[in-house]
Design a protein around this ligand. Structure first.
Ligand code: KG4
Ligand code: ZN
Length: 336
């Protein structure tokens, strides 16, 4: 079954053709990151307009790369939630038009479910049930994936998402948006023990995260040094901050795995590209005999191939959208 999938939830306009949820026949991504960088973050109004301009050429290119015409596509899929509402609506309305003109079935896909599904492309043998750490710019969740379309939130952030915390800390150090990627690289040359940063815990919710205090701690560290006319070693600050964030993520994730007796662990989302997170979890899983699955780096960020992968399983479970499909800025992964 060949699915043409569209993604426009944030600042990437993407289209892909995916076969049977596992094989990518084509994947095209038009990134707007250079433009948003001028403003230090995503400007929603600009994102919507760029999606409107890019969506037709990106979709045509995805079909062309796959060597297919719309006539050989079996279903359409689109990210409908969560994300920037104006950005999501561009993809949703475009795909509804395609569905009307072709008569093809339309599958709505939850953005975080699609991030998890990037693992079905990178790890062909991976099947639920498993425990997944979903870490992106907008969300930090520990999710029990009971089945392809059945999920339960075990823990989540009470304030900032992990990616957001990385981006804000990086921005204070003058790194370009999205700073998480740059901070990760700079941290490789620093000492993670140079500065002691807090590991915030949420009382009575052992699997929940809180990153805003950690972000404030690093901002205070930088501001205090600046006021005293001191210069801190940027690589050391990055390494200490990255170590603290990764420590919080892995501690709760492994605690949840232990409590739920889950031996199959998965990571997903933009932050799953983080080098320390990948190394730390791999080492921990090797030690405890657990299996760890990660998406290949190219599939960690937003793309449409992961949407096509999840759509296959949503389609199999009977999920369909009609001409009244709407977009939602927030929507629980459990609802899908
Ligand atoms: O999943 P994603 O592409 O978009 C959302 O759905 O939000 O995640 C983007 C986030 C950004 O905050 C970005 O800085 C972060 O993922 N990110 C990283 C790394 N690569 C991307 N954070 C830390 N280390 C990385 N290597
Ligand atoms: Zn994302």
């Amino acid at each position: 079954m060949k699915i043409l999938a569209i993604e426009s939830s944030c600042d990437e306009t993407a289209a892909a053709v995916v076969e049977d949820g596992r094989t990518v026949l084509s994947s095209v991504i038009a990134s707007q990151v250079e433009e948003h960088r001028l403003y230090g973050g995503v400007v929603p109004e600009i994102a919507s307009r760029r999606h409107a301009e890019a969506i037709v050429p990106v979709t045509s290119q995805a079909l062309e790369q796959a060597g297919l015409s719309l006539g050989s596509i079996d279903a359409l899929a689109v990210t409908y939630a969560p994300g920037l509402i104006g950005a999501l609506l561009v993809g949703v309305n475009f795909v509804k038009g395609l569905a009307l003109s072709t008569g093809l079935p339309l599958v709505p896909v939850h953005h975080l479910r699609s991030h998890i599904a990037s693992n079905y492309i990178s790890n062909k043998e991976l099947k639920p049930p498993f425990l997944c750490l979903v870490v992106s710019g907008g969300h930090s969740h520990i999710v029990l994936v009971e089945d392809y379309t059945q999920m339960k939130i075990i823990g989540k952030t009470r304030d900032d998402a992990a990616g957001e915390a990385f981006d804000k800390a990086a921005r204070t150090m003058g790194m370009p948006y999205p700073g998480g990627i740059a901070l990760d690289k700079v941290a490789e040359d620093g000492d993670p023990h140079a500065f002691v940063l807090p590991r915030p815990v949420v009382h009575d919710a052992p699997y929940d995260f809180s990153f805003s205090g950690l972000k404030t701690a690093v901002l205070n560290l930088l501001h205090n040094a600046r006021q005293k006319g001191e210069t801190l070693n940027t690589a050391d600050v990055c390494a200490s901050f990255r170590y603290a964030v990764v420590d919080c993520l892995t501690t709760n994730f492994l605690k949840a795995a232990e409590a739920l007796r889950m031996d199959k662990l998965v990571i997903a989302g933009g932050v799953s590209a983080n080098a320390l997170l990948r190394r730390t979890l791999q080492a921990e899983c090797d030690k405890s005999g657990r299996q760890l699955f990660m998406p290949e780096k190219a599939l960690c960020g937003d793309n449409a191939a992961m949407v096509g992968a999840q759509a296959f399983y949503e389609f199999q479970s009977g999920r369909r959208a009609g001409a009244d499909l709407n977009a939602y800025a927030t929507k629980s992964i459990e609802e899908g």
